[in-house]
Design a binder for this molecule. Structure first.
Ligand SMILES: CC(=O)[C@@H](O)[C@H](O)C[C@H](N)C(=O)O
Ligand SMILES: O=CC(=O)COP(=O)(O)O
Length: 264
């Protein structure tokens, strides 16, 4: 790993743990709740302890003044939920454009098992080479998604995270398999730091239980979007997630210290 990649990984994480809040969903879903006033949400989640926020490059002018010195990741592909194939992520920018936008790292989504998987493999392989030349870390969002693919199947997830390492990513995010025991298989499939996505908001306790389970399995943090940015209090929810990721708290302690109710 080059010195540049090492230094920039420290910009998007803390002591090898990562609490990233992705807010690229405006491309996928539109200006959904939490992203209309994205400036306010970025301010809230970074006050709550997010290590980094993540957007598409066009949103960069709305990020920097509001991110309270957190790291910034530019996402370099996308698709819309209503398009012909939501799993067919197409390139939306270059590493150079991300650097120009002030990025500390770039991210790229790959749907392992989708009809467009071959193109996404080529695209990610090319991206990691260019990013490595420039000393920019790559966060691969490696999902198990496609016709007939169970996105929570641990073997599928293990393959997805390993594929990200094989293609030269520095950090990988994937779906959660549902329990710590099965997620161990996912974490063990790669030497990369493994983060989990949040998915559709499932309630504070359930979401934090997933984070706790992933961390117990050896994960290195989260890239958690809607669960946090669509929360009534994104700052408090970020604080709660940080309690588990960075302070190794139980779900109950983390919620309590963040001032959130412990649900039954
Ligand atoms: C909206 C979703 O289903 C998310 O999991 C996205 O696929 C992940 C990504 N942030 C995106 O919006 O492309
Ligand atoms: O970029 C998207 C993610 O990393 C995950 O978003 P989610 O809303 O937590 O699924």
């Amino acid at each position: 790993m080059t010195a540049g990649i090492h230094a920039r990984l420290d910009r998007i994480g803390t002591d090898g743990k990562f609490l990233t809040i992705p807010m690229d969903h405006g491309l996928t879903l539109g200006a959904v709740r939490g992203l209309v006033d994205i400036e306010g949400t970025i301010d809230a989640v970074t006050r709550g302890g997010a290590d980094a926020v993540l957007t598409q490059k066009g949103i960069a002018p709305r990020v920097h003044a509001n991110k309270n010195d957190a790291g910034y990741i530019v996402h370099l592909n996308g698709s819309t939920a209503g398009g012909p194939d939501a799993n067919d992520k197409r390139i939306t920018g270059t590493v150079e454009a991300a650097v120009k936008a002030g990025a500390d790292a770039v991210s790229f989504h790959i749907n392992v098992g989708s009809a467009s998987e071959p193109e996404q493999i080529t695209d990610l392989g090319e991206l990691t080479e260019r990013a490595s030349e420039l000393g920019i870390p790559v966060l691969a969002m490696a999902y198990a998604r496609g016709p007939g693919v169970d996105g929570a199947n641990p073997e599928r997830l293990a393959h997805a995270v390993r594929l990200a390492e094989e293609l030269g990513a520095d950090v990988v995010k994937t779906g959660y398999s549902g329990d710590a025991e099965s997620f161990t298989q996912v974490v063990d499939a790669t030497r990369l730091p493994v983060l989990i996505a949040g998915g559709e908001p499932a309630g504070d306790s359930a979401s934090l239980e997933a984070v706790r389970g992933a961390m117990d399995a050896g994960a290195s943090g989260v890239s958690m979007g809607r669960t946090v940015f669509q929360h009534d209090d994104p700052e408090a929810m970020t604080r709660a997630v940080s309690g588990v990721v960075h302070d190794d708290r139980t779900v109950e302690e983390a919620l309590d210290r963040a001032g959130l109710a412990v649900e039954a």
